[in-house]
Design a protein around this ligand. Structure first.
Ligand SMILES: NC(=O)c1ccc[n+]([C@@H]2O[C@H](COP(=O)([O-])OP(=O)(O)OC[C@H]3O[C@@H](n4cnc5c(N)ncnc54)[C@H](O)[C@@H]3O)[C@@H](O)[C@H]2O)c1
Length: 346
């Protein structure tokens, strides 16, 4: 079977990881790069592929099976729409859009044209997430009561200098980082129906928030709290605790989530499962076991999944509509922080 020809638009931090993984895959090959930055010219030359500065030029010149959209958030919808117009399946990096209306427009166009649209919530392909989800779904924890989560980490100043869009409206840790956490929490604990939040930009003084305290209400009645900060020198984040991306230093034996039910609790990613062997009481010791999970690079698995979607062997694991609900919750957190109100997301 011929290798699928895939182009990457946006050869920045994440785009270059996609390029590397395409190079390692047996199912696809890199067809071209689209990027407006001068630095991308040398990168494309090293990768041995043509470079274009506009998607229109790419589509005019190349035969393609798929395009990975890894441009800054504000370009996701226009670039996604161009892919749909050319009937080329595309995974769009998260968040799907800056607004729900724009995201819905992209989903509608893809549905109308019957073009598969995926969104890069790559953690869905991490066995840790699916196994934790299965433990909750099996009822091992009893009725889910509480979720405690954190994404508290420190981004160096150069992160904002190298990508100025990250500190402007449409960037910021709610839309760049919390969007992943919301997606995880939806998988683990079910739909989020309401949020409250308090945000601060006191540390970095950028136009966007640097720290946010969030409360969540889930459809099943469970409540959650979440602490988000990109200015906190702490290891309590998915990236640092899971080690799924070698770009981030790993802190072993730390959890970024605690899922607690009436019968037991699960720490993620240590996968420490605590249940009561007899009487359920805080006076009693827990039975503790560590659930074994095989590790796998979710970004590589996402690429293999994309190839299967292109070949119509699979349906998108994270559809545009699914990602739209994750976006709706992220924007609700922004609105809750701005207004001080409880915002419904159901
Ligand atoms: N899935 C993940 O874990 C993950 C991780 C990081 C970033 N992201 C997402 O990926 C996207 C990119 O983030 P990043 O950190 O790689 O950004 P970045 O700034 O490092 O890279 C963006 C690239 O897009 C190029 N670009 C900008 N405008 C363009 C245009 N009009 N046409 C073509 N190229 C253009 C830039 O020159 C740059 O090379 C964002 O949406 C971000 O939220 C996802």
């Amino acid at each position: 079977m011929d290798r699928l020809r895939i182009a990457v638009v946006g050869a920045g931090l994440i785009g270059r990881r996609h390029v590397k993984l395409i190079g390692q895959s047996a199912r696809c090959e890199l067809a071209a790069i689209v990027d407006t930055a001068p630095a991308a010219v040398e990168f494309a030359a090293k990768a041995g592929v043509p470079i274009y500065s506009r998607l229109a030029d790419l589509f005019a010149s190349e035969r393609l099976d798929g395009v990975i959209v890894a441009t800054p958030n504000g370009f996701h919808v226009p670039h996604g729409l161009e892919c749909v117009d050319h009937r080329v399946p595309a995974p769009i990096e998260k968040p799907i859009a800056d607004t729900v209306a724009d995201g819905a427009r992209l989903c509608g166009a893809a549905e109308q044209a019957s073009v598969p649209l995926l969104v890069g919530h790559h953690r869905r392909h991490n066995p840790l997430l699916t196994q934790a989800r299965d433990i909750v779904a099996a009822g091992t924890l009893g009725r889910l009561v509480a979720v405690v989560g954190s994404a508290a980490f420190y981004k160096p100043d150069r992160y904002f200098q190298e990508g100025p869009w990250r500190s402007q409206a449409g960037g910021g840790p709610i839309l760049i980082n919390m969007i992943h956490e919301i997606d995880n929490l939806r998988v683990l604990a079910g739909e989020i129906v309401a949020v409250q939040a308090t945000a601060s930009r006191a540390v970095r003084g950028l136009p966007v928030e640097d720290t946010v305290a969030i409360t969540l209400r889930f459809a099943n009645g469970a409540l959650g709290t979440f602490l988000l900060s990109d200015a906190a020198a702490s290891p309590r984040s998915w990236e640092q605790t899971t080690g799924e991306n070698p770009a981030y230093a790993r802190s072993d034996d730390e959890d970024c989530y605690l899922l607690a039910g009436t019968r037991g609790s699960l720490g993620v990613p240590t996968m420490r499962l605590r249940t009561y062997p007899s009487e359920r009481s805080w006076a009693q010791p827990f039975h503790t076991e560590v659930v074994r999970v095989d590790s796998a690079d979710p970004l590589a698995r996402q690429l293999e999944h994309f190839c299967a979607v292109i070949r119509r062997e699979a349906q998108p694991a994270v559809s545009g509509r699914d990602a739209l609900q994750t976006l709706r919750v992220a924007l609700a957190i922004q609105e809750a922080a701005r207004t001080g109100q409880i915002i419904a997301t159901g």
